[in-house]
Design a protein around this ligand. Structure first.
Ligand SMILES: Cc1cc2nc3c(=O)[nH]c(=O)nc-3n(C[C@H](O)[C@H](O)[C@H](O)COP(=O)(O)OP(=O)(O)OC[C@H]3O[C@@H](n4cnc5c(N)ncnc54)[C@H](O)[C@@H]3O)c2cc1C
Length: 399
């Protein structure tokens, strides 16, 4: 077996999907990111995989100055389940009503994150909310193409690099294909996520059934994570959770994410969706604490379908200047900065000799907060500790 060595490979899986010889498989590398592996016995050196690789060649044809608006899904129950203002379920609903197929990320039965197709409300609800882990797109590009070739409406959602992978794989535009990308901070390692789940289950002697990384029970701004196990439910502040800390401090994100060629204008997908951070400074009335999205409409096709959504779903929308959207959501136009010890962190992950909790202590707390600071923090009265924690969260955990 050989590895297809592409600098800045994001693991989108376009090469595995295009290979007519089924010579390419996506496998996790020692850091826990998906990379193509080639079976040399099957490979005919046709070069198609390199030709369509979006990490090697990709240029967006979308508008450099997209239309931008705030978006609130009018269905409260639906919006509550979503990470932000419920843009995704509004479009997914439209797809279902039009006998279409929706592609998005779910937890599979082993709680691994992967892309799948959905044709019912139940299947789509599993795609709701953010799973901050690299998703395995598997063979969904092939499935999307089959559906499009059969005249179906297809809604494909994912990270910008996954949408670029789909577009490259398809090689042409389809009027009935609508792509939506998340504003992306970067994708954490699948291996780090496995370490996290394993440690949690050992600690609690219980099986994880669901993880909501953007739990809205305490509110959209609260930055909470909720874990449902076979016997109980646990809720943590992201600032105290080893996995979320590794993500938010850019320790566990993929190498190409810190030099992402898709986090810029023009965007890759027809529509871009994210959290409307800074909404209060723009218009307080758009924030009811239950989630407000920012939407970028990047193409004429995106605009056509957006107008249909507005007509059918009647969300609350309001135009927003692009500068306002970017002000507190820099990932619209640039990559996240890597943590300065990211490489050492991954060396330790690859060795596998330390727990994630120990690694977080080593890389985030050991040098940053000396023991005395932690001791003082612990003994602070709640009236000081809580506002202090909120300020730190506001500065760091705006996802
Ligand atoms: C890895 C990651 C990083 C993000 N970074 C930012 C950020 O920096 N700033 C920001 O404003 N928003 C970010 N988001 C997006 C944000 O968290 C919401 O997903 C987005 O606003 C959509 O919310 P919603 O309420 O419209 O839809 P929801 O109903 O919450 O729908 C979630 C959508 O995200 C997709 N999705 C979920 N997990 C993954 C995954 N692992 N890989 C690919 N697609 C996935 C689903 O398929 C679905 O389309 C990020 C999301 C992810 C997955």
């Amino acid at each position: 077996m050989a590895k297809l060595r592409v600098k800045n490979c994001t693991g989108c899986g376009a090469c595995a999907n295009i290979c007519h010889q089924q010579a390419i498989r996506m496998v996790e590398d020692e850091r826990g990111f998906l990379k193509p592996q080639i079976n040399k016995n099957k490979c005919t050196n046709c070069g198609l995989c390199e030709k369509i690789c979006p990490a090697l060649h990709y240029e967006s044809v979308n508008a450099s100055l997209p239309k931008v608006c705030a978006f609130i899904n009018k269905n409260e129950k639906t919006r509550f389940k979503s990470a932000s203002g419920g843009v995704f379920p509004a479009f997914a609903n439209y797809a279902l009503k039009n006998n279409g197929i929706v592609f998005g990320a779910i937890y599979d039965s082993d709680m691994k994150v992967c892309h799948t197709k959905g044709e019912s409300r139940e299947e789509i609800s599993k795609m709701q909310s953010s799973k901050y882990v690299q998703s395995d797109t598997k063979y969904t590009y092939q499935e999307a193409k089959n559906a499009l070739d059969n005249g179906k409406f297809v809604l494909y959602t994912g990270t910008p690099c996954q949408i670029a992978g789909l577009n490259s794989y398809l090689g042409k535009d389809y009027e009935k294909l609508l792509t939506i990308e998340v504003i992306c901070h970067g994708v954490p390692s699948r291996k780090v996520f496995e370490m996290y789940k394993k440690e949690f289950m050992q600690q609690h002697n219980d099986k994880i059934l669901d993880i909501n990384m953007k739990d809205k029970v305490p509110g959209w701004n609260a930055a909470m994570i909720r874990i449902a196990t076979a016997t109980s439910e646990y809720s943590f502040n992201s600032s105290e959770d080893s996995f979320m800390l590794s993500f938010l401090y850019n320790l566990s994100i993929n190498a190409p994410c810190v030099n992402c060629k898709f986090n810029k204008l023009p965007r890759v997908a027809d529509i871009t969706m994210g959290d409307f951070w800074g909404v209060d400074d723009f218009d307080k009335s758009l924030n009811d604490g239950k989630g407000t999205s920012i939407v970028l409409i990047n193409s004429p096709k995106g605009e056509k379908y957006f107008d249909k959504i507005v007509k059918h779903e009647q969300p609350l929308i309001k135009d927003v200047p692009i500068e306002v959207a970017v002000r507190q959501n820099a990932n619209i136009v640039r990559s996240s900065e890597p943590h300065h010890k990211r490489k050492q962190f991954f060396k330790d992950v690859a060795k596998g000799s330390k727990t994630l909790e120990a690694l977080i202590k080593k890389y985030l707390f050991a040098s940053k907060y000396p023991k005395t600071v932690m001791v003082i923090y612990k003994i602070l009265p709640p009236c000081i500790k809580n506002p202090l924690r909120k300020i730190v969260q506001k500065l760091l955990f705006r996802l």
